[in-house]
Design a protein around this ligand. Structure first.
Ligand SMILES: C[S@@+](CC[C@H](N)C(=O)[O-])C[C@H]1O[C@@H](n2cnc3c(N)ncnc32)[C@H](O)[C@@H]1O
Length: 267
């Protein structure tokens, strides 16, 4: 199936993140939508950001990705040191300088440098209180092209003062907003601002379980060694478990995913 070619892409950048389960979704979206400008609000170690970049490199040469972050942290991500920005910056310069740019500032300051209705895809993943995410949406929605899409991470976190779920409920009932979602991996909401739901939403619903199965595998692999690439020895004790998961999970029996998993195992 043409819409599944992104399953063959395996991430080459690895770092700690709660976003791993959605990486195949980011790959699929970029391959499918061929977005012009993508802006991410909240990148931290860059796992979601580089998933857009890697998919752009593989499937969408005209995409350009901006990562906006102060690279200092927030109440939910915690404060972190300068080494995080250095790591993201090095990878961006070495692998993706022609298709991306880091914007080190507050989200509000960055918003003043983007034209109205200029963005195809926005990923909102900053502070996750209701007030913060609502503010980020209100600030950046005017920057979205008609028919454009906004991704919201953490729509399914029901603890502490996380409130993305509440905003997400409101969006699901709003006029001229069409939504699809996955609830695993803290939840990812996909909202398209258009008069009618785009055809790709139905396609997404068909392939979401398959993308999620690969995402869960990536999450497990990332947890095993979050900070470095995997060598054969690292994976050996884990292979059996993966093969077991593959046998049990009907989605992993799909040919293209089997090929993707094989590639992961033999890196
Ligand atoms: C949840 S993390 C992002 C995780 C990332 N998307 C990933 O793939 O792992 C949130 C990030 O947003 C940044 N952030 C939060 N609010 C911000 C603001 N108003 N301006 C700039 N950066 C902000 C924090 O510094 C933090 O790195």
């Amino acid at each position: 199936m043409q819409s599944l070619r992104s399953l063959g892409l395996n991430p080459s950048y690895r770092a700690p993140s709660s976003w791993w389960e959605h990486v195949p979704i980011a790959h699929w979206l970029v391959a499918q939508l061929q977005p012009g400008l993508i802006v991410e609000l909240g990148s931290h170690y860059g796992v979601s950001f580089f998933s857009f970049c890697e998919a752009a490199a593989a499937f969408s040469e005209h995409s350009f990705v901006y990562a906006v972050d102060n690279w200092q942290g927030d109440e939910h991500a915690g404060a972190y040191g300068e080494e995080v920005f250095q790591r993201v910056s090095l990878e961006q310069q070495q692998q993706h300088s022609q298709r991306s740019r880091l914007v080190r500032s507050s989200f509000d300051e960055a918003a003043t440098h983007f034209a109205p209705q200029s963005l195809d895809l926005i990923h909102i993943d900053g502070l996750h209180t209701y007030a913060a995410v609502q503010h980020d949406l209100n600030t950046w929605l005017p920057k979205l092209k008609p028919g454009g899409t906004i991704l919201f991470h953490d729509i399914n976190v029901r603890e502490r003062d996380f409130g993305v779920w509440q905003l997400w409920e409101e969006l699901k009932g709003a006029t001229d907003v069409h939504t699809v979602e996955v609830l695993n991996g803290h939840g990812l909401g996909i909202a398209t601002y258009a008069a009618a739901a785009p055809a790709w939403h139905a396609q997404f619903s068909e392939v979401a379980a398959l993308l999620t199965a690969k995402g869960q595998l990536l999450e497990q692999l990332a947890q095993l060694r979050p900070d470095s690439t995997f060598g054969e020895t690292d994976l050996r004790p884990y292979k059996q478990q993966l093969q077991q998961a593959q046998a049990e999970n009907k989605y992993l029996r799909d040919h293209s995913l089997r090929t993707a998993v094989k590639r992961l195992l033999h890196r």
